[in-house]
Design a protein around this ligand. Structure first.
Ligand SMILES: *Cc1c(COP(=O)(O)O)cnc(C)c1O
Length: 441
């Protein structure tokens, strides 16, 4: 089954050229493959469940542009819609029908969504949702969970210090300490830590923001009662609850985690699947809150390219296809088959592993587990993961190049693709164990 080494010995010409003109040679750090000790991968095209590099080699793709491509690469319905839209012009800077149609679609699908403001990235969506929470409550502080990613705005580049209600330090130089001091962080799934933070800072708390299923520290589902517990605590403290569903939207259920777990947030952020691979995101909520946004209300937020006609066309086409085919149960079953297969392969080789699938998101940690929070995730064996990762990649399977990322599945992935992947996974675990015994990494 091995298709030979896919990774050239040193950096290619393109990698060298990229590094000369782009920091690290990439437009986003995760694309550098640093955590698995590889050179960046240059994609040339994608088709269905496969992505092809610039030498024409195909890989079964479980990254899917980090989530958006729930129909797989170059889904005909999406390509056709975008092509048709492009013929009418790339951007209007004026209202058009497709943004109304997509907003209506989101209001239909997602329980907590009545009104929508479109933006261009998940980062913009969460940043704006927090501004709205502060505007609505007249308070400054936000509470987030360690290991949750909400984009790269100043307020969110904070996860520091374990312990309760740490008044945090920035994760990145350039984030003013004054900004990070407004962000409290506590461990995921830990309501006692939330209680302690609320007891100390409740009257200043504008919002609790959470990934309702954490997907940026590996995949960590909420424990029973966690999301409901956040809802109660926000209500008691007079703070807003923000579900960052940029990743979970249309992934863990059609209506996102709020539908799956029956907990309705005050504000919702969406992205990824909503734009089908184009730069589209949104923040959304009940009219009572959203009418505070300019020009309906005083909270300023704007965007030259927001509601872009190509992005709206792509998102609409993808959501219509999801409505037409209702693939959610089938996706979830296949994601479970994949995770169960990986865990069985690990178990039969004595490799500690735990993991799970939630809808079409899935994740495996190479640790005994169970994993409930970021500290638990960090116990995973990153060195073994890197060896295993490289062996999978050499054999034509593209997973996210870090031990702390969720995986995805698309409707283009067949049972045969999953079986092929599991064959590769078994071989790669053997290869990774052999490499460990040889002392090679
Ligand atoms: C990807 C992601 C973001 C950031 O979205 P960008 O479009 O990369 O800015 C925010 N929140 C969550 C949960 C995400 O997964």
């Amino acid at each position: 089954m091995s298709r030979g080494p896919h990774q050239p010995a040193g950096p290619s010409d393109w990698v060298r050229r990229a590094r000369a003109v782009m920091p690290g040679g990439v437009s986003s750090p995760v694309r550098a493959f640093g955590p698995v000790g590889m050179e960046p991968f240059f994609a040339a095209r994608g088709a269905g469940a496969r992505i092809f590099d610039d030498a024409g080699r195909g890989y079964l793709d479980y990254v899917l542009s980090w989530g958006p491509l729930i129909l797989g690469h170059a889904a005909p319905a999406v390509v056709e819609a975008v092509t048709r839209a492009a013929l009418d012009g790339m951007s209007f800077g004026a209202c058009h029908r497709r943004e109304v149609e997509l907003a209506e679609r989101l209001a239909d699908c997602v329980p907590g969504v009545e009104m929508v403001r479109f933006v261009n990235s998940g980062t913009e969506a969460t940043m704006s949702a927090v501004r709205l929470a502060r505007a609505a409550t007249g308070r400054d502080l936000i509470l987030k969970f360690q290991g949750c990613y909400h984009g790269h705005a100043d307020a969110f580049l904070v996860m520091a210090g374990s312990g309760v209600a740490t008044l945090s330090l920035p994760d990145s130089p350039g984030v003013p300490a004054a900004a990070s001091r407004l962000t409290l962080t506590v461990p995921y799934n830990d309501l006692e830590a939330v209680d302690a933070a609320v007891a100390e800072h409740g009257p200043r708390l504008a919002a609790i923001i959470v990934e309702p299923v954490a997907g940026n520290a590996g995949l960590i589902p909420p424990r029973d009662g966690f999301l409901k517990g956040l809802r109660h605590r926000c209500d008691r403290a007079g703070a807003l609850l923000i579900f960052d569903e940029v990743m979970t939207g249309f992934r863990v259920a059609r209506g996102g985690a709020q539908e799956r777990y029956g907990v309705i947030p005050d504000l919702t952020t969406l992205g990824k699947v909503v734009g089908a691979g184009l730069p589209v995101a949104a923040y959304a909520g009940p009219g009572e809150l959203m009418r505070r946004v300019a020009p309906a209300g005083p909270m300023y937020q704007a965007g030259t390219l927001s509601g872009n006609p190509l992005g709206m066309a792509a998102g609409l086409a993808q959501l219509r296809e999801l409505d037409r085919t209702d693939p959610f149960d089938a996706l979830a079953r296949r994601a479970s088959t994949l995770v169960d297969g990986i865990l069985a392969a690990a178990r039969s080789r004595g490799i500690p592993a735990c993991g799970t699938a939630v809808g079409s998101m899935w994740g495996v940690f190479f640790t005994e587990g169970p994993v409930f929070d970021f500290d638990g995730a960090r116990r995973a064996d990153a060195e073994f993961f890197a060896r295993y990762y490289r062996a999978c990649f050499e054999r034509g399977v593209f997973f996210a190049p870090s031990a702390f990322e969720a995986g995805f599945l698309s409707t283009a992935h067949t049972d045969a693709d999953v079986n092929e992947t599991l064959d590769v996974v078994g071989e790669s675990m053997d290869a990774a164990m052999d490499a460990a015994m040889d002392g090679a990494t």
